[in-house]
Design a protein around this ligand. Structure first.
Ligand code: BTN
Length: 335
């Protein structure tokens, strides 16, 4: 089984330890010699790593001779901090952290093929090729959002896997509300919206046999502290910061999200699909009575949402009265 440090690109455990040491002693000057001793590297390595942290936007003050201190505690999702907070939970055991990677889903799929057990968490401060649904990309600015993928090995049939996407949407919505007081709308199957703009999304990928799931990479992206977005998505995307006018702690939100999803996941496995479908119908402002446009392989049509099927697909009553079930496609609200 791969270890965190042997996976190319993961944050070296010792850099993470340096960050934790600085964060736990924020604003206090710690000598290079003490850091070197505690982490088990040379003083010149400490110096090199401090440069690296600075390049990554961490505000480390001081220098080689005088010692170092953090000007402010950075909101970095260091595995050490997260592990402490998630102790005893499914998601507190194997945490893979990257300052930069292409896609946490891609990494999690690779871990899945390599036999990594259920519960691994793959996190990135920045993604260079974040994946979205339907072959789109996911804008992943450094340190501004949560970009996380969970590796799951549920005993489900492949047709039930989309329910995990919906479940994760429910968990994310609950975590956002508990942490920030903001209300996100859930749009079937995987969108979290605020004032009509996208604040989060979920991309579930899997490796499966015809009747058996081998593993699932459940990727969540939440726009937390972005102040602005690139021009092509500026009108479509928003962040918790933009909506509330406040900066939010990504670590606190992530801890809530993982705890909430852990509880929801157990309940789904215990109670079955009805738990997800009933809850989604209750909590999604979108599942019932919304006027929508559906774009699918079969063309574009208009109608009104009419709840979910027992499998979790969206029912739409078309304008001509015909009732259809949307299995895949883009559904957008028409006002
Ligand atoms: C969507 O709404 O289109 C889904 C977006 C999913 C984005 C997340 S960010 C973390 C994980 N890694 C990826 O490459 N994508 C997902």
């Amino acid at each position: 089984m791969p270890q965190a440090t042997s996976l190319p690109g993961t944050t070296d455990r010792r850099i993470a330890a340096l960050l934790t040491l600085l964060a736990e002693n924020a604003t206090i000057v710690i000598s290079g010699a003490r850091i070197a001793r505690e982490i088990g590297v040379s003083r010149s390595t400490v110096w090199r790593w401090v440069q690296r942290l600075r390049e990554l936007g961490v505000r480390v003050k001081g220098q080689h001779r005088t010692g170092y201190f953090l000007e402010e505690v950075p909101d970095i999702l260091t595995p050490d901090l997260l592990r402490k907070r998630m102790k005893g939970s499914l998601f507190g055991k194997h945490i893979y952290h990257f300052f930069k990677t292409d896609s946490t889903n891609r990494v999690a799929m690779e871990l899945g093929y390599a036999g990594e057990p259920e519960g691994a968490v793959v996190l990135a401060e920045e993604q260079t090729a974040g994946r979205g649904r339907a072959g789109r990309s996911w804008h992943s600015e450094r340190g501004a959002g949560i970009y996380v993928t969970l590796l799951l090995r549920p005993r489900l049939s492949p047709v039930q896997v989309p329910l995990l996407t919906m479940l994760a949407g429910l968990s994310a919505r609950a975590a956002i509300e508990a942490q920030t007081g903001l209300h996100a709308e859930l749009k079937w199957p995987n969108d979290l919206l605020m004032n009509g703009a996208k604040v989060g999304g979920i991309l579930t990928e899997m490796h499966a046999e015809p009747s058996l799931v081998r593993f699932v990479a459940l990727g969540l992206g939440i726009n937390v502290n972005q102040q602005k977005f690139p021009a092509d998505i500026a009108g479509l995307a928003t962040s918790l910061c933009k909506e509330s006018g406040k900066v939010h702690s990504r670590l606190e939100l992530l801890v809530r999200l993982l705890a909430q999803f852990g509880a929801d996941y157990n309940r789904f496995l215990r109670e079955g699909p009805a738990y997800v479908i009933e809850r989604f119908q209750l909590e999604s402002d979108f599942a019932q009575g919304k006027r929508v446009m559906v774009e699918s392989g079969k063309g574009t049509y208009f109608g009104k949402t009419d709840g979910l099927s027992p499998e979790g697909f969206l029912r739409v009553q078309k304008d001509d009265g015909q009732e259809i079930t949307v299995i895949a496609g883009d559904v957008s609200e028409v006002r």
